[in-house]
Ligand binder design. Sequence first.
Ligand code: S3P
Length: 203
Amino acid sequence: MHDIFAASAPKIEMDEVKLDEQISQLKKNIVLVGMMGSGKSTVGRTLAKHLEVPFLDSDIEIMQASNMTISEIFERFGEVFFREKETLIIRRLLKHEKPGVIATGGGVFLSPENRRSISKRGISLFLNVKFDILWRRVCTKNTRPLLNSSDPFDTFQRLYRERTPIYRTADLMVLEDEEIEIDSVVEQVITVLSAHPDVLIVK
Ligand code: S3P
């Protein structure tokens, strides 16, 4: 499918920051947002490791707090319940004593309340991954309850179309229109962040 949102994506014209350069100080939480399959958790974990800051993941926190998988929570208590817990967890993660990298579940940024909390205590970064890549990543897994529909492709396409304009309101964005190594994505993220010394100082 053609990425209808890719055309107007801003070009990154900064010098690229390499991962082996000396990295320094993170002043605000970096909150990764975007579709299921965009790599928020994988990128987030690697980014946090390079910045030597805590890594937090809203889905993992919800699973640990409830001792259930996301699918089990949806099945037993429904999506509304899950979203309420998600809001509480996000608020708590943002208050973590040291700024860190927070990976969010794909639905977190859709809520105006969550967006307000995020902008108060962090900077949001949209991992904007091309539709085809996302679909390839999610279609083989059955861990995402929203895709347990009679036509998962159609559902995913609808979610992508509905949600992308909202993700685009994030403070920053990294565009991935081809499958690239995780370290390259992280380098791009650091490059984008390093243009914001109020968030990250790279020495
Ligand atoms: C959801 C995305 C999932 C998880 C839940 C709902 C969504 O997280 O929070 O299944 O609404 O997009 P990932 O984005 O990490 O897959």
